[in-house]
Every structure is written in structure tokens, then in C-alpha cells.
Design a binder for this molecule. Sequence first.
Ligand SMILES: Nc1ncnc2c1ncn2[C@@H]1O[C@H](COP(=O)(O)OP(=O)(O)OP(=O)(O)O)[C@@H](O)[C@H]1O
Ligand SMILES: [Mg+2]
Length: 425
Amino acid sequence: MAHWVRLEIKHVRRGSKAHGTMIPSLIYLDRYRNEGTRVYSPHADYTEADERYRPNSRVSTFDIPAFELPSDEVNVYTADPSPALRQAYTSEGRTLFCVHPQLLESQGGDPYLARILSFGKAKKGIRVSPSSSTRTLYVCETSPPHALKVHFPFRVSRYGRRMRDEVVEQAINVSRELQGGLGAMDPSFAFLREVLGVTYRNLRSETARGENWGYLVREMTPFPSVQEERKLVPGFSLFGRDFFEQGIPPLLFELAGDEDLQAYVLEQIMFPIIRHWVGCFLNFGLLLEPHGQNILLEIGSEGEVVRIVYRDLNLGIDNRRRRDIHIPVNHGNTYNQMESGEFNSITYDKFMGGHFFDPLVAALEERCPKIGPEDFREPCREEFARIFPEHEKYLPRTVQYFSEERDRFGKPLFRDTGKAPEWRP
Ligand SMILES: Nc1ncnc2c1ncn2[C@@H]1O[C@H](COP(=O)(O)OP(=O)(O)OP(=O)(O)O)[C@@H](O)[C@H]1O
Ligand SMILES: [Mg+2]
């Protein structure tokens, strides 16, 4: 057992060379170059995931059961899946329903799980490796490369990680919308499409919200696709420590090579992300969540950041902006819809600024004490104001964050920290 685990870890670690640097594979970085980064909130390093299913464990893969259900038991949502992926999960009259094994092993008494089990044993196990988010799972050795984002009703960090029906449908809707409107974004923007969603049909329409759940199929090839082979580097792995070898220097310095560090970080990482956040907001009313886990740097052969690739499309939606630009507000699925600006601040000031840019700058400061936060914050504030002159209309004057209070569904409320923003004027 221990032997094959070691071998498989070596296998996922195999990297490729860019800029004279060995860049490990995405799976390796995602799982094992993330030590010391989960410190951005008091909940950040909390997990109820069993050791076997955690990204930072020595277990390299596990199987997730896929049940074959009659198609009239499920809802299927699509956003332009390739025929191969569609056929892998749905066929005439039957649909695969993927369930995280920890849920199967738990004694929770979930009514949907009971219903799924009533159709008999899982048809097959799909071999997967966990990603940094724990509940999104890379499907091993498959083509086209894809991942499954599955229902995981256990707490990881602040939230229980459910994939309720409206959550699944919303990600598919956002994927379709971004794909259709991509021309409005700058060419350094790319994303991982969520192409297929499956949920159990709602068996209890009398409840206050649908608790029926399912999973998403995420393409792992950044969209739009390109011919050239490029490496993908999760944001946190720029400064995260290695799980196996604590002393390895941060990947950021390897990638930047001899370039001026301030210019590299500002021009290749921070400005593009700010432009993408503003672009998504202005063009779609969508709130990107650019913390270090949701962004992947796409690295070209010279070590340059060619594009920023966004994963995780369960985005906040600012209905005020959508009305201003005459995009229809979806009244059928109101998940994550906002009528005021608190969440805009949380995504920009906290997820991007506090959770990603601040630790990135701290890693730079450690290496070059002459560098300080203002060397980055001031140019970012200027860039933000330049490309988004009407920002005051949509963002609160002070930084907002999650409160420890929750609503009746367990979702955290927002609170005003009273602090002035650092990454915008
Ligand atoms: N450095 C990091 N910054 C932020 N989140 C991190 C980091 N490392 C691991 N994570 C984990 O990633 C998840 C981030 O939550 P988020 O809602 O963005 O992702 P998700 O919806 O669970 O999955 P995915 O990003 O795969 O769609 C949490 O489970 C968090 O613990
Ligand atoms: Mg995420």
C-alpha cells in the first residue's frame, strides 16, 4: 500500500520545464504546495474531511461511487459540453450520479442518498485525486481532462460544502454566460468551464429552499483553448510551502527569475486580476472571487504569465449592475444574487486583497525587505480608479467581511469592518 502511494505521488509530481524552472504538475501544486496559506481567517484551516480525502494527505487517489439512475429522477443542466463528456455521464434514459464516499460512509440519513441507494449498487468507481478545495476532484487519466465538484455536506473552512440544485444550475448558467460574452473581456482572461450539472429532482417542494443536491462536471482545459502546452499554477502555490519538503523556496521567485519582482507581480499578476474583476463586474454584474485557490496562472514557455484562469463559477451576482446594463436578472434561480455592495467588497477587498495579494506581498517582503505593501497597493488603487471611475456607485466606502452570525440556512451574514480599503481608493 505505502509503496504504490509513494509511486503515485511521484507520478503526479512530474513537472515540465519553463524558464529553466521545473514546474510541478497542477495536481501536485494544488495538493502539496499549499502549506501555511490557510491563515486568512479563524476558520481557514478547519476541515471535517477524513484524512483519506484531504488534498494534503499522503493518499494519492480514491474511488468515488457513481450510481446509474433513471433520467427522470434527475435534473441535468448543460453549458455546451463536449459530446465525449456528455456521453460519459448521461446516456439515453440513464444518468450517472456521483457521490462523495465520505457521505456514503456517514450515518447522516440524507433522504436523497437513501433514494439513490434504493436504485442499487454503484455502477462503477471513478478514480479521482482531490484538489485544493477538497470537494472538487480531478478525474484520473481521462480524456478530455475534467473534474467533478461534488456534494460534501461537511465543513471545510467556513462553510459546509453542499452542491444544492440551485448552486449547480447557477454555475452552469454563469459558465454559459461567460462563454457567450467572452469577447468583452481582455485576452488574458480565461476560465474553466462548468459544462454539465446533475442533481436529484426535488422530492420535498414544501421546504423553504430546495435541498436536493448533485454534482458538476468541470473541464480542466482552460477556455478558450490554445494549441500551446502551458503549465497551470494555483495562486497560493506562489508562496505556499511544500508538503514534503519544507525548505523549497517559494515558486514565485523561480517563476520571476531575473525579472524585477515588483514589476513582475504588478504587471503579470495583480493588474490583470484587477482588470478581470472590474471587467466581469462591468460587463456581466458578476463578482469574481480571486483568492489564491480560485485563480490559476497560465505560464508560457518563458515563465511569463500568459493568462489568468479562473475556476469556481459560483459567483456573486450584482443585480443593480445587471439592470444598469440591461442584462436580464434571473428570477428563476436567485442564488447568490445581491442588491447592495457588501459582497463586492468581500470579493475585492478580502478575497483578492486580503487573502491573496497580502500574503503574496508578505512573501516578497521576506525575501526583499526593501519592498513594502504600499509598493503594490498604491499602483493597484490607481489602476482600479483608472479603469473603474464609477466604482463608488457600486462598492461601499469601508471593507466588509463575514460575520460570525448566520442566517437560518447557516449562511454567514456580512458585517462592516469600518476599515478603509487598501487595494482600491
Ligand atoms: N490558499 C487558499 N485560499 C483560499 N482557499 C483555500 C486555500 N487553500 C485551500 N483552500 C480551500 O479552497 C476552498 C475555497 O473555497 P471556494 O468556495 O472558493 O471553493 P469551492 O467552491 O469549494 O471549490 P472550487 O474552487 O473547486 O470550485 C475552501 O475549501 C478552502 O479551504
Ligand atoms: Mg474555489
